[in-house]
Design a protein around this ligand. Structure first.
Ligand code: SF4
Length: 327
């Protein structure tokens, strides 16, 4: 399978009054055609900033991509002009966000917002765009499509708005869909319907999906391949079955342990002790060392590299380094 997206050694920083935050630090990942890759991690892990870097949404001067490449079908997006990137964005790469209300224009009717990309990217006439917009509303499972096209965002429920966001995202037949926590704000029934819909659209068009989530239930449901991020770095990655059956990094093990088990009563849900480190206070070390039950001396002073450990898994942890001679 070809790589649709190939991120190599991506680093993205933010300049704050307190200092420079390295939000994404030397991250590499690939998304192949027709594949769903999930990036999972807690808040502050860098997963959303990775997605925003791909979309060119990291705003200078505070935010800046300072290293690496982001290749989409072999073309480095970081070398494109604003206009070139705009053409790719919305046309070949689309993104949906957690909170549709912040992405939709509150004073524009739904139909108009669906027509805009159809006219801009596909060069449809107003009449053809209106017809296609109504079809798209139906395709995302909303009844009374014409009436909805003439509604304003505030007249629709959260679930309907997220369906509209999906309709806008798929309207131009993107090759890659980036979905950042697309179901977090929705109740579980609607969440399942939205995930089903995303998977159906992916299967129908062979598009690829980069799905950002903190929810391991969503990962289990959707992912072919999983990338686990912590404090801006990839700490483990692998095929979804291998990673769920045999997580290697203590952080991944903790995440899986903290997931509720269906049909099993749990008096207390496990949570990983401690907090994600302050990004302004990171020192060369395994960034998870303060929270890790297996921490060794080397973990406090040296950062482990992401290494292939077989079974299609990669992990950045000194427990799996052959070079324990360093200790
Ligand atoms: Fe734990 Fe050390 Fe592995 Fe980090 S490198 S996860 S501290 S054992």
């Amino acid at each position: 399978m070809d790589n649709v997206l190939d991120i190599e050694h991506l680093s993205t920083i933010f300049k704050t009054e307190e200092g420079v935050v390295r939000a994404v630090d030397d991250v590499s990942l690939q998304v192949r055609q027709g594949e769903i890759v999930c990036i999972v991690g807690e808040s502050g892990s860098g997963k959303s900033i990775t997605a925003m870097s791909v979309m060119g949404l990291v705003e200078a001067p505070a935010g800046q991509v300072v290293g690496g490449t982001i290749s989409f079908h072999g073309e480095n997006l970081l070398t494109l002009s604003r206009n070139e990137l705009r053409t790719v964005r919305g046309n070949e790469i689309a993104m949906i966000f957690q909170e549709p209300m912040t992405s939709l224009n509150p004073v524009l009717r739904i139909g108009e917002q669906l027509m805009e990309p159809l006219m801009e990217h596909l060069k449809l006439s107003r009449k053809a765009a209106r017809k296609r917009a109504i079809e798209l509303i139906g395709e995302v499972g909303i009844a009374r499509a014409e009436q909805i096209a003439d509604s304003y965002p505030h007249e629709l429920s959260g679930g309907m708005l997220q369906r509209i966001m999906i309709a806008i995202a798929i309207s131009c037949g993107p090759k890659l869909l980036i979905a950042d926590e697309p179901t977090t704000a929705l109740d579980v029934t609607i969440q399942a319907q939205i995930l089903d819909m995303l998977r159906r659209f992916k299967d129908e068009s062979n598009m690829s999906i980069l799905l950002i989530t903190h929810d391991l239930g969503v990962v289990a449901e959707m992912a072919d391949y999983v990338v686990v991020m912590y404090a801006g770095k990839v700490v483990e990655e692998g095929e979804v079955v291998a990673l769920f059956e045999s997580p290697k990094h203590p952080y991944t093990q903790g995440l899986l342990k903290s997931k509720p088990i269906i049909n099993q009563r749990q008096d207390e849900l496990y949570s990983i002790p401690g907090q994600v480190p302050n990004p302004l206070e990171l020192v060369p070390s395994c960034y998870f060392h303060d929270r890790c039950a297996h921490c060794m001396d080397i973990c406090r002073t040296k950062q482990p590299d992401l290494k292939d450990i077989g079974n299609g898994q990669k992990v950045a942890c000194w427990l799996y380094e052959e070079a324990m001679a360093y200790v």
